[in-house]
Design a protein around this ligand. Structure first.
Ligand SMILES: *[C@@H]1O[C@H](CO)[C@@H](O)[C@H](O)[C@H]1NC(C)=O
Ligand SMILES: *[C@@H]1O[C@H](CO)[C@@H](O)[C@H](O)[C@H]1NC(C)=O
Ligand SMILES: *[C@@H]1O[C@H](CO)[C@@H](O)[C@H](O)[C@H]1NC(C)=O
Ligand SMILES: *[C@@H]1O[C@H](CO)[C@@H](O)[C@H](O)[C@H]1NC(C)=O
Ligand SMILES: *[C@@H]1O[C@H](CO)[C@@H](O)[C@H](O)[C@H]1NC(C)=O
Ligand SMILES: *[C@@H]1O[C@H](CO)[C@@H](O)[C@H](O)[C@H]1NC(C)=O
Ligand SMILES: *[C@@H]1O[C@H](CO)[C@@H](O)[C@H](O)[C@H]1NC(C)=O
Length: 357
């Protein structure tokens, strides 16, 4: 138990049990607009009539007194901007020519501006791969030697419109590196499946994270890519906006230094919404442990998390985790709740990987 709780809060190179990895990210946000029981959810792709394929997906979840906007885009590295407003009538405004310009500030707006109660963003910057040969759980670097990471800004992505499914309120960004000289992605892809919900429920598929109308589920899957070693572990580097000069008070986080910031600012939608004066915080989410089971077995790895605004849905979390949350956090806000890691389950029983209770 203790090991898994440490992993809950281990932002750095934590090597969790393959069963579960919980991560949680919370910033202060107003209580008032949270906890709507049901929301009217719509997904819309905002086309760029001006030029080449640019994916911009707008998820709008309207409650009685509030609206949550999630804007996903693969313009630059994959990113999501999350905005909560205190009206059911707020709208997203996109100016493509501004968004695609070198100064995209203001190219993405939620109106009316004074209805915005909370906003934040996550940028998925890099796919990490580590060589865990000869590495034990207790080693100083339990993930092993890093291979050069894959920059998600240099991926080419599918046309999101083709994957949009209004019935399940989901869409999938599927991509592979544009330049792949070693052909590791010749038969592979990295997929981000986004799903919104109009009410609380628990999906039939593991890890069966309880979700609410205030959350979206994100499932990241690495499928069929050739690992660069015999025992490769994978992870994702994620950047988020700090509040003021500080990063959210979690363990082992890093404020991105100036040298790194320009790479993050290639994300136009974040810059377009928040402007250029921002402090980014980055953390690595890593999947699996060198002791296995691992991606090497079946070249399949999927990892689910909930994204949202507010308190995480509590059902299914252990009392210990809840206790830590209450002490450490206190206020609802942006939430990134990482749930079950599903490895090599393509052909295996899901029941071994049920969520903790
Ligand atoms: C994306 O797919 C949709 C639906 O198939 C199509 O209408 C649209 O033209 C495509 N966009 C691009 C840029 O290919
Ligand atoms: C919506 O706002 C009104 C007026 O502030 C309040 O009376 C009502 O309880 C709110 N409804 C919800 C579901 O929060
Ligand atoms: C988009 O932004 C450009 C540049 O600021 C501006 O000239 C144009 O009028 C804007 N378009 C719309 C529809 O607001
Ligand atoms: C693992 O150990 C073997 C034998 O000691 C050594 O030859 C090999 O280079 C090591 N591999 C790594 C990645 O450290
Ligand atoms: C991709 O799949 C084809 C057909 O299964 C196979 O022949 C080829 O070797 C694979 N390429 C790589 C790089 O794995
Ligand atoms: C992977 O394992 C095979 C068989 O055990 C071995 O021959 C090969 O050298 C290993 N490759 C690396 C990069 O460690
Ligand atoms: C994530 O891991 C990679 C590879 O070890 C490292 O270069 C990078 O600095 C890490 N990022 C953070 C924010 O810790």
């Amino acid at each position: 138990m203790r090991g898994s709780v440490e992993c809950t809060w281990g932002w750095g190179h934590c090597a969790p049990s393959p069963l579960l990895l919980w991560t949680l990210l919370l910033f202060a946000a107003p209580f008032g607009l949270l906890g709507e029981k049901t929301r009217q959810v719509s997904l819309e792709v905002i086309p760029n009539w001006l030029g080449p394929l640019q994916n911009l997906l707008h998820i709008r979840a309207v409650g009685t007194n509030s609206t949550l906007h999630y804007v996903w885009s693969s313009l630059g590295p994959l990113a999501v901007v999350m905005v909560a407003t205190n009206t059911p009538h707020s709208t997203l405004s996109v100016n493509w020519s501004l968004l695609l310009s070198p100064e995209p500030d203001g190219g993405l707006m939620v109106l009316p501006k004074d209805s915005i109660q909370f906003s934040s963003a996550l940028v998925f910057t890099r796919l990490l791969e580590f060589d865990s040969t000869n590495v034990s759980d207790t080693a100083a670097k339990p993930l092993g030697r890093p291979y050069p990471p894959y920059s998600l800004a240099d991926f080419s992505w599918n046309n999101i419109t083709d994957s949009l499914d209004p019935a399940t309120l989901s869409a999938t960004f599927q991509g592979h590196p544009m330049n792949d000289p070693t052909r590791t992605f010749a038969n592979g892809s990295l997929a981000f499946r986004v799903q919104a919900f109009s009410r609380s429920s628990r999906p039939a598929q593991p890890p069966r994270l309880l979700h609410t109308a205030d959350t979206c589920q994100l499932e990241v899957a690495l499928i069929g890519a050739s690992p660069r070693g015999n025992r490769s572990l994978f992870g994702l580097e994620v950047a988020t906006l700090g509040q003021g000069p500080d990063c959210p008070s979690m363990q082992e986080q890093h404020s991105i230094d100036d040298e790194y910031a320009p790479a993050v600012f290639q994300s136009p939608i974040v810059r377009a919404f928040f402007g250029s004066q921002n402090n980014f915080c980055a953390f690595n989410l890593t999947f699996g442990a060198s002791t296995g089971p691992g991606y090497w077995d079946q070249h399949y790895l999927s990892w689910s998390m909930l994204l949202g605004v507010g308190f995480p849905p509590v059902d299914g979390l252990s009392p210990l985790v809840l206790g830590i949350m209450a002490v450490a956090l206190g206020a609802p806000g942006l939430m990134l709740l990482g749930g079950g890691l599903v490895l090599l389950l393509h052909h295996k029983k899901y029941s071994e990987y049920q969520s903790i209770n």
